[in-house]
Design a protein. Structure first.
Length: 263
């Protein structure tokens, strides 16, 4: 299967596989958040689109497009940033051109938003599901200021994160509420895990040397059941493919007055 990434700019922003690192995760003692496999897997389950230059955006709280001021870094050489980032929708909304028109297989769509677990104070990424199996024009990535403030986007910082989802199949799922008694085997597995976790946490609290040396249980990280045995389908590292160019002519740059809003 292919995720086709048609360039709409002569020099589009970089598109790279999602990276696991986050500054706030690095700041913890022992980089403890990286032990949480769901976090690192989310960080790498998709592709990042990176800022081609650093800039500061400031919103004064107004509703007009002029209420947002965008200031490229002096060393970026950028005089007019509107070909990449601009205030288009007003009301404190910062709009980015991705530089790509994505095309997916029938039934598959692109879920676009901010990088998972990438925290920015004062601004929030908006999330969109785009039917890229037929859409003939690009979408924009939008961030909404949460309060009048000034925010920074660094060069090579991800401003958009894309994933592909077979969204039409979601409607086939029917959530069913059950008690653990409905699945005796699962209930036993849960009780074994719960007992093991409580015992380990108590050992940590009591200062048990062996528990302190281990510091954390690794059953989920390793894909192991507490009662023994490996889970064959378990994945603890995502390795997505890097986009490769094809030897075809690139498309021309998009007009600046087209914000590419699928709605």
């Amino acid at each position: 299967m292919q995720l086709e990434c048609f360039t709409t700019l002569d020099d589009p922003p970089k598109l790279v596989p999602g990276r696991p690192e986050r500054r706030w995760m690095d700041a913890f003692a022992g980089r403890a958040p990286y032990r949480c496999l769901p976090l690192t897997m989310a960080n790498t389950t998709g592709w990042e689109i990176l800022c081609p230059f650093g800039f500061t955006a400031e919103w004064n709280g107004g509703t007009a497009t002029s209420a947002i001021r965008i200031i490229p870094d002096p060393d970026s050489g950028v005089k007019d940033p509107s070909g990449f980032v601009m205030s288009h929708f007003a009301y404190g909304t910062l709009t980015f051109h991705t530089g790509y028109l994505f095309r997916t297989e029938p039934g598959w769509a692109v879920l676009a938003g901010g990088p998972p677990n990438h925290i920015k104070h004062g601004i929030q990424p908006l999330i969109g599901l785009v039917e890229t199996d037929w859409l003939p024009f690009p979408f924009t990535m939008n961030w909404l200021f949460t309060a009048p403030s000034r925010v920074r986007f660094e060069k090579d910082e991800p401003f958009c994160f894309i994933n592909v989802v077979e969204h039409n199949k979601l409607e086939r799922f029917e959530p069913v509420l059950k008690t653990l008694d409905a699945d005796p085997e699962l209930k036993t597995q849960y009780e074994v895990w719960s007992s093991s976790r409580n015992e380990f946490n108590q050992q940590l609290k009591d200062g048990d040397p062996e528990a302190l040396k281990r510091s954390w249980q690794k059953f989920y990280f390793r894909g192991e059941r507490v009662e023994g045995g490996k889970v064959e389908s378990h994945v603890n590292k995502r390795r997505l493919k890097t986009p490769e160019p094809q030897l075809t002519p690139s498309s021309s740059a998009r007009p600046k007055d087209d914000a590419g809003d699928p709605s």
